[in-house]
Design a protein around this ligand. Structure first.
Ligand SMILES: [Zn+2]
Length: 254
C-alpha cells in the first residue's frame, strides 16, 4: 500500500521508487533556530516553512513531495540572544547541494526550496544558481513573504515589519498557535541607524547588522498589533501565490 502522504521520509524506499516517475518536483523547506523575541519560539521559521510547504504540496495531488526540513539556518546576526543556533553559509550551501545531488541520483531533476528565514536568502540564492548551472537541475527558491508584499502592505497597521513583528506573529498564530505566548507580547524600542540603514528603506546600503543594533527585545516591528485574522489572510495568500509560482515554474522547466 502506498501512503497518500506528502512527507518524503514517511515512505518506504520501494514506494518512493514507484512515485518517482510521476513526481514533478520535490520541495525542501529551510528554516532557522533563532530568537524571536519573548513571545515566539526559536522554531518559528522552520515550523512556518514546513507548514507552507505541506499546504502547497496538497495542491499538486501527489506529484510533489516535501523533504524533511533543514532546521538550522544562517543566524549569526541573532547570536546576541541566547538559544540561537547558527550554521555558516558554507555549511548550508553544502547541505542543500548534497541533498539535491542525492535526489538527482534517484532521477529527480527539480528541487524547489521554500525558505522561512531572511538570513538564508543570500546563500540559498547561490545554491539554486549552483544547482542549475553546475548540477544541471531545475532549481527554484521561494521566500513566500516576498510574493505577498502587496497583501502585507494592505493588511498590516505597522509600517515596520521584519522579525517577530505584526506580520510574523499573526502568521504564527495560524501556523502553530500553541507556540505563541500571548502574555509575553511586548513591542520593542526600535532604534533608527540612519536613512540608508533602515530595514525598510528602498535605498539602502548592504550592512551586516546585528539584530541588537536595532532592537532591545529581538523583535523588528510591533507584535502587539498581530491577530489571527490577519494571519489567516497572510498565510493563505502565501500558500496561494507559492502554488501559482510553482505552477509557472513547472511550465517553464517542463
Ligand atoms: Zn522568523
Amino acid at each position: 500500500m502506498v501512503f497518500s502522504v506528502f512527507e518524503w521520509e514517511l515512505h518506504s524506499w520501494d514506494e518512493i521508487r514507484d512515485l518517482i516517475p510521476r513526481l514533478r518536483a520535490v520541495i525542501l523547506p529551510v528554516g532557522s533556530v533563532e530568537q524571536h523575541s519573548y513571545h515566539l519560539s526559536l522554531a518559528t521559521d522552520t515550523v512556518g516553512a514546513y507548514r507552507i510547504s505541506k499546504e502547497v504540496a496538497k495542491h499538486f495531488g501527489g506529484s510533489i513531495l516535501v523533504l524533511p526540513p533543514i532546521y538550522y539556518g544562517v543566524s549569526e546576526h541573532h547570536m546576541d540572544f541566547p538559544g540561537t543556533i547558527t550554521i555558516s553559509s558554507e555549511t548550508l550551501l553544502r547541505l542543500v547541494c548534497e541533498i539535491a545531488d542525492s535526489l538527482k541520483r534517484h532521477g529527480i531533476r527539480t528541487l524547489i526550496i521554500i525558505n522561512g528565514h531572511g538570513g538564508n536568502i543570500g546563500v540559498l540564492s547561490e545554491a539554486v544558481r549552483k544547482l542549475r548551472f553546475e548540477y544541471g537541475m531545475n532549481a527554484l527558491l521561494i521566500n513566500p513573504w516576498e510574493l505577498i508584499l502587496d497583501v502585507i502592505e494592505e493588511t498590516l497597521e505597522s509600517d515596520v515589519w521584519g522579525h517577530a513583528c505584526e506580520f510574523e506573529t499573526s502568521v504564527a498564530l495560524v501556523e502553530n498557535p500553541k507556540l505563541v505566548r500571548l502574555d509575553k507580547i511586548v513591542d520593542p524600542k526600535l532604534r533608527r541607524l540612519g536613512k540608508y540603514f533602515d530595514l525598510k528603506s528602498k535605498n539602502r546600503v548592504v550592512y551586516p547588522w546585528r539584530t541588537k543594533d536595532f532592537t532591545d527585545t529581538g523583535a523588528l516591528g510591533y507584535p502587539s498589533k498581530a491577530s489571527k485574522e490577519k494571519g489567516e489572510k497572510l498565510f493563505s495568500a502565501m500558500v496561494e501565490r507559492t502554488v501559482e509560482a510553482i505552477e509557472e515554474f513547472l511550465k517553464i522547466v517542463g
